[in-house]
Design a protein around this ligand. Structure first.
Ligand code: NDP
Length: 417
């Protein structure tokens, strides 16, 4: 994982100052969005309608509910898996093993929630609990990141991530020091990456849909679309869970506040923003427009899935018949880079598909407000920045071969841009 010269990677995210600012800004933005989504004017820019006091945010019952949710997902993680996959080769040449049972966790959660609702669980009341639940998730993320930081102090040097070990405690706390913190076979980063946050996100969406049905008699077409699209995204991520093992989060980034907060708090509470907005600001959506939006989501999904699966298949086995015919560039590391197929169109085709889907998730919310488009704006900024980070890492890893790839495929995310 080290750069060819063994040099320390440059500081990212604006160094310690940027990391400190993000640790304040990200939770503040999340609470701002939760507050404005339910307010009448629903203004993205401008002050929130009110500042919640500690009695609104802090609730021991909500903390307990949140911890029960984490405990349930951890128990599902420990159930026997349909498959155990090996991760990428580590610095010490070993490979970690990961249970592939995320989709099973989603199905079992759906069954459990279904049974609980039939037994009288008032799921439609969940939207009223979002503020204290988000506060509990934020608190958990801070405490968890502190424990991860302390755990990394006793980890062997070979277990540390390439970034996140600058010596500055604020920066390292934010970026994460240890690459794959584990207790026995329980991998904390892998567990958090796709389960409590992603499954929590679609559960919140479902609760918002149920509350809308209670309020207005039936869920709106816009609410169905947002729920359907985002459920497809989450189910797809869990169905292709193994593909997460070749992503930057798992292979490069340490596990610290950035990922812990992102996975546990940011994803469920801000990614459900469109459904939150629709509950409080119903939108009329006709069938022709709904069809266009469905088509847009399908195109985005096709590109996203095609690109991610192609790279994942190629990284697992370059001789696989599905990718064996693609043109490649050899690199000094022995690995090859795809230069045709999806990865010959732009250097991050998977980001392009993801962004098209992001727009399709916001369009059902109409064009009267900017708020539901927050996800598209934030996600564009995240992926443009992420793409630049990945380019730097690939340049360090592959040197001249990466330059040749950039020459052959000059476009980053958008074709011809
Ligand atoms: P990628 O899956 O794009 O992985 C980047 C890596 O792929 C590179 O570091 C390199 O690693 C390899 N690679 C790059 N170019 C080539 C090539 N031409 N041929 C072969 N391998 C290549 O990165 P991410 O982890 O950022 O994204 C994974 C998915 O997750 C994306 O679809 C993204 O949109 C999505 N995502 C979603 C988020 C959300 O919040 N919804 C947040 C972040 C990501 P190596 O060579 O070492 O294999």
């Amino acid at each position: 994982m080290a750069s060819p010269q063994g040099s320390r990677p440059p500081l990212e995210f604006g160094g310690p100052l940027g990391a400190a600012a993000l640790m304040l800004l990200l939770p503040a933005t999340m609470f701002h969005l939760l507050l404005v989504a339910r307010s009448g004017p629903a203004r993205l820019l401008g002050p929130p309608p009110y500042l919640p006091g500690p009695e609104v945010l802090w609730s021991p019952q909500m903390l307990l509910l949140w911890l029960t949710w984490l405990g349930l997902q951890a128990a599902l993680y420990l159930l026997p898996a349909r498959k155990v996959a090996e991760g990428q080769e580590l610095k010490d040449k070993s490979r970690l093993r990961y249970p592939i049972n995320g989709f099973q966790a989603l199905v079992l959660t759906a069954l459990l929630v279904g049974l609980a609702v039939c037994a009288g669980l008032p799921l439609g009341e969940l939207p009223e609990m979002l503020l204290p639940l988000a506060f509990a998730a934020t608190l958990t993320a801070f405490i968890f990141s502190l424990l991860l930081y302390l755990k990394a102090l006793v980890a062997p040097a070979s277990a540390l991530a390439p970034g996140g070990n600058s010596g500055n405690p604020i920066y390292d706390f934010f970026l994460g020091r240890e690459l794959n913190p584990r207790i026995w076979s329980f991998d904390f980063k892998y567990f958090c990456e796709l389960r409590p946050g992603l499954i929590g996100w679609v559960l919140i969406n479902l609760a918002l849909l149920m509350q809308e049905a209670e309020l207005r008699g039936t869920p709106s077409l816009a609410m169905w679309l947002v729920n359907g699209f985002q459920l497809l995204y989450v189910a797809d991520a869990l169905w292709h869970e193994e593909a997460v093992l070749t992503t930057m989060d798992i292979t490069h980034d340490g596990f610290g506040f950035m990922l812990a907060f992102g996975d546990l708090a940011w994803v469920p509470f801000t990614y459900s923003l469109q459904a939150q907005f629709l509950l409080h600001h119903p939108q009329a959506l006709g069938l022709p427009m709904a069809s266009v939006i469905c088509l847009m989501n399908a195109v985005g999904y096709y590109i996203f899935r095609g690109a991610n699966s192609q790279k994942n298949t190629f990284r697992k086995n370059p001789s696989d018949p599905r990718v064996a015919g693609l043109e490649t560039i050899p690199t000094a590391t022995g690995r090859q880079l795809l230069v045709s197929g999806w990865w010959g169109m732009v250097r991050h085709p998977n980001y392009l598909g993801d962004l098209i889907m992001a727009l399709a998730w916001s369009l059902p919310c109409g064009v009267s407000h900017l708020l539901p488009y927050f996800y598209v704006l934030y996600f564009t900024a995240l992926l443009v920045h992420r793409e630049a980070r990945d380019e730097q890492q690939c340049l360090r890893k592959y040197g001249l071969a990466w330059r040749e790839y950039c020459r052959r495929v000059p476009y980053r995310i958008l074709p011809y841009v």
